[in-house]
Write a protein that binds this ligand. Structure first.
Ligand SMILES: NC(=O)c1ccc[n+]([C@@H]2O[C@H](COP(=O)([O-])OP(=O)(O)OC[C@H]3O[C@@H](n4cnc5c(N)ncnc54)[C@H](OP(=O)(O)O)[C@@H]3O)[C@@H](O)[C@H]2O)c1
Length: 232
């Protein structure tokens, strides 16, 4: 078992850009030991160790890559302090324009891989660990041209609600954050929204990183976080 002073690693799943990239940077800045994964992460030689602060390759839409990654991580780090699930994408179109392929691909990334990663990572978590999921305002409210996105964000919220109850006896905390608009690539090209009305991504990442510093006995369950104007 690690000593109480040892800083256990944190995994940021989806650290290539946007919120996840910022969380990884801000975890580093506050002295946490974090590593990231995403499609654009660096390829690691199988024998070279993971280094804190770096983002490694793992395409979470390729479900078979998930157990492979977790087993390589577990060889170096048998216990994690927590995981941020910051990967995902948007699918914003009128419902009749969404193809079944687009719908399925959206759910494979946003939900199936989240389920598989959760399942694979659980053996690395001990009492006091945390799992932090990002839902959205679209996880509790509907928006036009957002059926797939609203459905996947509601599903993440439901998944996390049930998992929270399941993991309480083990002392593992499940935190769902419902962010309002945070300015990242997900907003680029969407008309009718102004960047100045949104939370700057680094402000959001700074705040999200602090969740890793909560005392073990503090159990935030659901957090709604909005920009000044509220829901855009
Ligand atoms: N921005 C907002 O206003 C907002 C509000 C509420 C909720 N959210 C949610 O927050 C999450 C992050 O969004 P964001 O705004 O930060 O958007 P983003 O900049 O597009 O970030 C998406 C993240 O997911 C990773 N990713 C995408 N496909 C992946 C794959 N197949 N395998 C592994 N990683 C993958 C990306 O890295 P790579 O490109 O390197 O793979 C990147 O790190 C999304 O789930 C989004 O729904 C965002």
């Amino acid at each position: 078992m690690p000593s109480s002073k040892e800083i256990l690693p944190i995994l940021v799943a989806g650290a290539g850009s946007g919120i996840g990239k910022s969380v990884l940077e801000n975890l580093n800045a506050i002295g946490q030991n974090a590593i990231g994964i995403s499609r654009t992460g660096i390829e690691r030689e199988s024998k070279s160790p993971f280094e804190f602060g770096k983002n490694y390759h793992c395409n979470l839409s390729r479900i078979s890559e998930v157990p492979e990654f977790v087993s390589s991580l577990q060889k170096q780090f048998p216990i994690l302090s927590g995981v941020y699930f910051t990967f995902g994408n948007g699918l914003f179109k009128p419902v009749e324009q969404i193809t079944l392929e687009e719908w399925n691909a959206h759910f494979v990334l946003n939900l199936n891989s989240l389920f598989v990663l959760t399942k694979e990572i659980l053996p690395l978590l001990k009492p006091g660990a945390f799992l932090c999921y990002l839902s959205s305002t679209a996880g509790y409210q509907g928006f036009p041209e957002s059926t797939a996105y609203c459905a996947s964000r509601h599903a993440i919220a439901g998944f996390a609600k049930a998992l929270r109850e399941e993991l309480k006896p083990k002392g593992i905390r499940v935190i769902t954050v419902y962010p309002g608009a945070v300015y990242t690539d997900i907003w680029k090209g969407r008309e009718g929204f102004d960047q100045d009305d949104m939370i700057p991504v680094d402000d959001f990442g700074k705040w999200l990183a602090t969740l890793s510093t909560l005392p073990d006995a503090v159990y935030p369950d659901e957090i709604r976080l909005l920009p000044r104007k509220g829901i855009l």
